[in-house]
Design a binder for this molecule. Sequence first.
Ligand code: ADP
Ligand code: MG
Length: 359
Amino acid sequence: AGLRRGSRATSPDGSNGNGARRRANSGAKGGDSGDNLTRVRVAVRCRPFSADEADQQCVISMKEQLTTVLDPAYFEYREALGASAPIDEAQFRRDFTFDSCFWSHEAEHLNHPSPRVRPRRQGGEDDEAIGHASQEVVFEELGRPMVNAAMKGINSSLFAYGQTGSGKTYTMLGDIGVSNPEEGNDADKASVLSPETAINDPSPSALGESELPEHSGVIPRICDALFHSTRGLQAQIQITFVEVYNEQLFDLIRAPGGDASDPPPLKVREDNEKGPYAPDATLVTVTNNVEVRRLLALGLAARTTAATRMNDESSRSHAIFTVILRMAPAGDDAVESLTSKIHLVDLAGSERGNSTGVR
Ligand code: ADP
Ligand code: MG
């Protein structure tokens, strides 16, 4: 309809839940059930307009857990019937309730031309009421509970779902502070050449400091929080980064060279306890967020290269970043050490899920 919706990050089945079900689910906020991670949570994020969308009309508004979508047909009726004609806007409005609604669009767009399309149940001051969902806000709401759960030995997964261009990669990776080695300067190239140089290069080189960039996404933030949480503990953090393309699994942080132009897919094994896994996926032990971001850059470059080689777009692959945390038990009771996993999945663009064979 020529009108863009914001980005969506919903559960893989695309469900967004209706109000009644949501309320039933959200009764027990907090508690000590691993930061409420024992159930599926669904969040939605609305990104800003891109440059070529600047003249578009925003049809989304948000208030707390409620996201309202205005049918673009409303504007056509308005125009056809004139400003004074009585039009029942409610007919053009649909409300969706999520566990979290992240307004990352510019504040001005929350002010809808039709006041009744604005979220209801509020005392004016829309912008203030909703605030701006920065990368940090999104991490604190979605990523932090996963970190806390991992520290208790609970596994968790986060999936970014939505059309190409809706903001999945921005939310998951964001600005990692390392340019694509294909186009980067020599210092960047050197620092992301291989998993080995990514973790062994002692100089942060082009990265400058070890501070996370302001726009870094959930993945580097989760890793950084894990480094902080495990400081002083006997812990090991390892990562893998793979992609699913055409129902085959590929390593995104394999060392370059060899047959890099035509990487063989990874073997997938079933394990009764672990479930499906890839024994040959490169597993890298990381100790700080500079290493993590270098490995992310390496993976991103591999994803882009592979997509270009196949004359395709990276939007047709799922990228899966896995963090494995191992901790020795506190005290010296010789109980088993704790292992937990966090899966962070940047799904293929939802618009082509069926034609690609990517599921
Ligand atoms: P996807 O991975 O879903 O295809 P991207 O993450 O690449 O989409 O986002 C598309 C464009 O929109 C990128 O240029 C990205 O930087 C920008 N973008 C997405 N989300 C936001 C946001 N919350 N704030 C600012 N820019 C965003
Ligand atoms: Mg993407």
